[in-house]
Design a binder for this molecule. Sequence first.
Ligand code: GMT
Length: 382
Amino acid sequence: MRIGIVCYPTFGGSGVVATELGLALAEEGHIVHFITYDRPVRLGSGMANIFYHEVRVSDYPLFDYQPYELVLTSKLVDVVKHERLDLLHVHYAIPHASAAWLAQQILKAQGIRIPFITTLHGTDITLVGRDPSFEPVITFAIEHSNAVTAVSESLRKETFEHFPVKRDIQVIPNFIRMERYVAEVDQEMRRRFAPNGERLLVHVSNFRPVKRVLDILTVFLGVHQQLPARLLLIGDGPDRNAAEIMCRANGTCDDVLFLGKMTDPEAVLASCDLFVLASETESFGLAALEAMACGVPVVSTNAGGLSEVVEDGVAGLLNDVGDTARMTTNSLAILKDDGTLEEYRKGARSAAERFDISRVLPIYEALYEKVVDQVKANGVHQ
Ligand code: GMT
């Protein structure tokens, strides 16, 4: 198949999932065209069957706000037509799904039928989607996609709660390529980050308020008071400054290392003992899954889809949002001795195997075939 993938090319989970999906489809022999404003961070270069089309918005002085959606739409029309695509798969509802719908209508007027599938990732529904000004567009785009998927059962439910949509939404969970993640500790890295044999806690996120990074520092403070420990913070974003101020106030600065954004956090993850995630909402929690794939247990909240990913008591321990005392106790329970930690390490890795790409890719391929066949038989609907 000739497939167009539209995504945010940044460090966010939706971009990572879209990129890994495209790479896996290309390996299976499909031709994959990425259409977005920057080269996706995990895309690499020189892969057979992979093409990248940049959506470039000019800064014409008439516009206070440059119309990205319209430039994207024109680019979709162009790529579908000239690369003879069979299907578009857009990740994130706004503006990708509405741009795909408009491109579909323009192409229909030219006698070209192109179906599009929308994958909902979370913040498009749970945060941005709750801004009432987006509601009509998101509802319309969901209703008019040829198929819609959500990355967890929880997100599927939330979509129906927040939007007046009636159509089917298929849950296709996020996935990882297990072979990319090694569960082996890199001793050299470990010596660098934990020179005195400290326990290593780690967190990866975009430091947005929804991640409640300050809760993580509170949990770390509690753990640090009980046993020698260090905290690695990977990523960057709006709450980083507040986090730095808090660790200075806590007097833990020497043991809290801000490592910034990383394209391959797994290189560090595998050397850590515990992944901590305090999110207020999380449709899936790809960062937690990546840690689990490295054999790192997770102490997280039970928000959104996290309980579908982190097998409670096996891969880690779940807690109510904001209950930092419980998160601290649970972190200590996992870290208390090497035997317990080793049990959780094994549990984390085997729980992650449920989400290996080999299980999820065929579900996407079957959906693609179904949608393309439907369009061949009935034309693009609406
Ligand atoms: O977590 C973020 O703020 C980034 C966001 C994104 O769109 O990349 O992540 C969302 O999609 C990921 C991939 O499906 C999920 O693993 C994250 O749980 C989800 N984030 C939230 O729901 C807050």
